[in-house]
Design a binder for this molecule. Structure first.
Ligand code: KIV
Length: 289
């Protein structure tokens, strides 16, 4: 075996479960294809920094998405639209550094792939070479098929994203559920088939009726990853700040909150301030002499 040959571990799709089955290398597209074959559902979380990503990696989350949701969930913008390639490269590199086992997928942000397949290739290469991600994600069905085809031909694993595509928030006039009504449902099915045909290894379905997501999932050979798309997708993704209770105010109907970190951290900050004000911190055990 020479230095560039894959190791035996890399060469095999895991036949064990994604959770705990792949411990000595990163999860690959082949592991995800094998999981669909055996009907194993899996979870994906967003991550935007090394520390949080490390927690999810240790917990066994097989795929981490450096989403451009970083725009509104990490960088303080109102939408994902302002996020730049330089920001994505920086965040994705941190997530890769903080993890050992998860497949790290990074979003191509708005304006980084719509001009031409060549532009998509240039920016996907940045994410792979400068940040070290294992795959990229981009929004759009039929309209993005040519870009997906070129990336896949060049050896870039692509996760597609159809249904509600948040980079189009201004064109959509908000974040409405997609695929309602016969024509919209047929378009969603066409989009799903177009991205699969172009070579996408998985397809995110965002904010679509559960019945339609089930139909798409049954008709595709590649895994579907649902967010607000009901229980029948092959995988489910949540934005980490939503699922952990860090988001201020209302979260979308499809979010289940698994922790209340905002309350925990706010409580800790108030207790610290109180201790400082009252002189209880620092105590002798926190003090050098
Ligand atoms: O940017 C993101 O976090 C996403 C998920 C909502 C799928 O695209």
């Amino acid at each position: 075996m020479n230095a560039s040959s894959p190791s035996p571990a890399q060469n095999q799709a895991s036949t064990a479960t994604l959770y705990g089955g792949v411990a000595n290398r990163r999860v690959t597209v082949r592991d995800l294809a094998a999981a669909k074959q055996r009907g194993e559902k899996w979870s994906m979380l967003t991550a935007y920094d090394a520390l949080t990503a490390g927690v999810f990696d240790e917990a066994g989350t097989p795929v981490l998405l450096v989403g451009d949701s970083a725009g509104n969930c990490h960088l303080g913008y109102e939408t994902t639209v302002p996020v730049t390639m330089d920001q994505m490269v920086m965040l994705a590199a941190a997530v890769v550094r903080g993890t050992k086992r998860a497949m790290v997928v990074a979003d191509l942000p708005f304006g980084a792939y719509q001009e031409s397949p060549a532009q998509a290739m240039h920016n996907a290469a940045r994410l792979m070479k400068e940040a070290g991600v294992g795959a990229v994600k981009l929004e759009g069905g039929e309209r993005s098929a040519r870009a997906i085809e070129l990336l896949v031909e060049a050896g870039v694993p692509v996760m597609a994203h159809i249904g509600l595509t948040p980079q189009s928030v201004h064109a959509l006039g908000g974040y409405p559920v997609q695929g309602r009504g016969d024509e919209a449902a047929h378009q969603l099915l066409r989009d799903a088939k177009a991205v699969q045909q172009a070579g996408a290894f998985a397809v995110v379905l965002e904010a679509v009726p559960a019945e339609l997501a089930r139909q798409v999932t049954e008709q595709l050979a590649v895994p579907t990853v649902g967010i607000g798309a009901g229980p029948d997708c092959d995988a489910q993704v949540l934005v980490w700040t939503d699922f952990a209770g860090m988001t201020a105010g209302r979260v979308p109907k499809f979010v289940k909150q698994y922790a209340d970190l905002r309350a925990v951290l706010g409580g800790a900050a108030r207790a610290f301030a109180e201790d400082v004000r009252g002189g209880a911190f620092p105590a002798p055990e926190h003090t050098f002499h």
